[in-house]
Design a protein around this ligand. Structure first.
Ligand SMILES: NC(=O)c1ccc[n+]([C@@H]2O[C@H](COP(=O)([O-])OP(=O)(O)OC[C@H]3O[C@@H](n4cnc5c(N)ncnc54)[C@H](OP(=O)(O)O)[C@@H]3O)[C@@H](O)[C@H]2O)c1
Length: 354
């Protein structure tokens, strides 16, 4: 198979909700092209189209329909790997791949807090990519780059300009999280219909750690998380304690003019403006607002004073796009832009097992 000037990509966990989003978004990508799709062992010797329980409103890309789906443990030949594996699988599989010289951009939580793995939101902390150069497998041309938890992907974008100007000491975060965040085998309709589930395993612990790491702060957070019967789109209400008093109108201006630094304008997946401000009292609403910027724009609303906290706001982030697949692809674009992919990928180290 030839891919012209596009860079071939292997997608791990390609049959899952995030994997489907990745292959759907790469179907029209200018620089990257899906060359291999991998899922669990039961998928061996099957076509992607025949095995995948396609869940997106967009059609499955024709190029994927008859692509052979590789099973876990089969060889991967592409230098660039986008991983949507469950965390416990990613923990070992991703390390084997980077040690064999692959550049792995991962959605999984397994390595997000490892000090030498960059946890990246391109508009917020692209500089953390420097950690790649210190990774033990860099000598083999491998690299491991993580995107954050889906709620954190939205929170980091909304809080970055506030932290920069007013300083964030901490606060309270209350989430209303969509069902797609739980993956293809998430909670059943019987569990979710007419219900709110006030617990998501491990989520309340991950949010403060990942958020602080991306923003480069040591803020103190109280977090409550809820699963709600919404398909796509996590809402988070945030009450912030700031170093300096902020006027809500100034905060709104700061959010509206926020743009990522230099490399962001050249990354195909990023929207012109990462944040969209709504001033209506009854927004954001997942069904109406989640698709803005192709799912890559985070909606911020209800910016106000809220004693005893200095400031309150509400965000909406697309669960599987900005919160996962789109974020992972943007990190891959950044890795390509920074020259981490391709150069020095050793022929003899190709074909590591997934
Ligand atoms: N859903 C979200 O919004 C979201 C957001 C941020 C991060 N994440 C993270 O992204 C990852 C994927 O999430 P998801 O929601 O897409 O999960 P999912 O729908 O459950 O999909 C999991 C995928 O992994 C594959 N898989 C499972 N066990 C495997 C194994 N032993 N070897 C190889 N492949 C295996 C599955 O293949 P089969 O179909 O063959 O079983 C499937 O393709 C997770 O780490 C999750 O925490 C998800």
């Amino acid at each position: 198979m030839t891919f012209g000037r596009r860079i071939p990509v292997a997608v791990l966990g390609a049959t899952g909700l995030v994997g489907q989003r990745i292959v759907q978004r790469l179907a029209s990508h200018p620089r990257l092209v899906v060359a291999e799709v991998v899922a669990s062992a039961r998928a061996e010797e099957s076509d992607y189209g025949g095995v995948t329980d396609w869940a997106l409103p967009e059609e499955m890309p024709d190029s994927l329909r008859h692509m052979r789906l590789k099973g876990a443990g089969e060889e991967v030949g592409s230098a660039l790997v986008l991983s949507a594996l469950p965390g416990h699988v990613a923990a070992t599989v991703e390390l084997a791949l980077v040690e064999a010289g692959h550049v792995v951009c991962t959605n999984a939580s397994a390595h997000r807090m490892r000090p030498d793995v960059p946890l990246i939101v391109p508009e917020v902390n692209p500089g953390m990519m420097r950690l790649v150069r210190e990774q033990p497998w860099r000598a083999q041309a491998g690299a491991l780059i993580a995107n954050p938890n889906c709620v954190v992907a939205g929170l980091a974008l909304a809080l970055a300009p506030i932290q920069k100007r007013w300083g964030v000491r901490g606060g309270v975060i209350v989430t209303l999280q969509a069902m797609s965040g739980a993956g293809a085998n998430g909670p059943s309709a019987v569990c979710m219909s007419g219900n709110v589930v006030p617990h998501i395993e491990g989520e309340a612990e991950k949010i403060p750690l990942e958020l602080n790491r991306i923003l480069g702060i040591t803020a103190t957070w109280s977090v409550a998380v809820n699963r709600v019967p919404v398909l796509d789109g996590h809402v988070a209400h945030v009450f912030l304690d700031l170093d300096r008093a902020a006027h809500p109108e100034e905060v709104e201006e700061e959010l509206e003019k926020f743009r990522g630094p230099e490399p962001c304008a050249s990354l195909a997946s990023l929207p012109d403006a990462p944040l969209y401000l709504r001033r209506e009292d009854d927004r954001p609403k997942p069904r109406l607002d989640v698709g803005r910027g192709g799912g890559m724009t985070v909606t911020v609303a209800q910016v106000r004073r809220s004693p005893p906290h200095g400031l309150a706001l509400t965000i909406l982030v697309h669960t599987t796009v900005r919160g996962a697949a789109g974020a992972c692809i943007a990190n891959a674009e950044l890795a390509v832009e920074m020259g981490f992919v391709g150069r020095g990928f050793r022929m003899e180290s190709r074909n590591a097992r997934s």
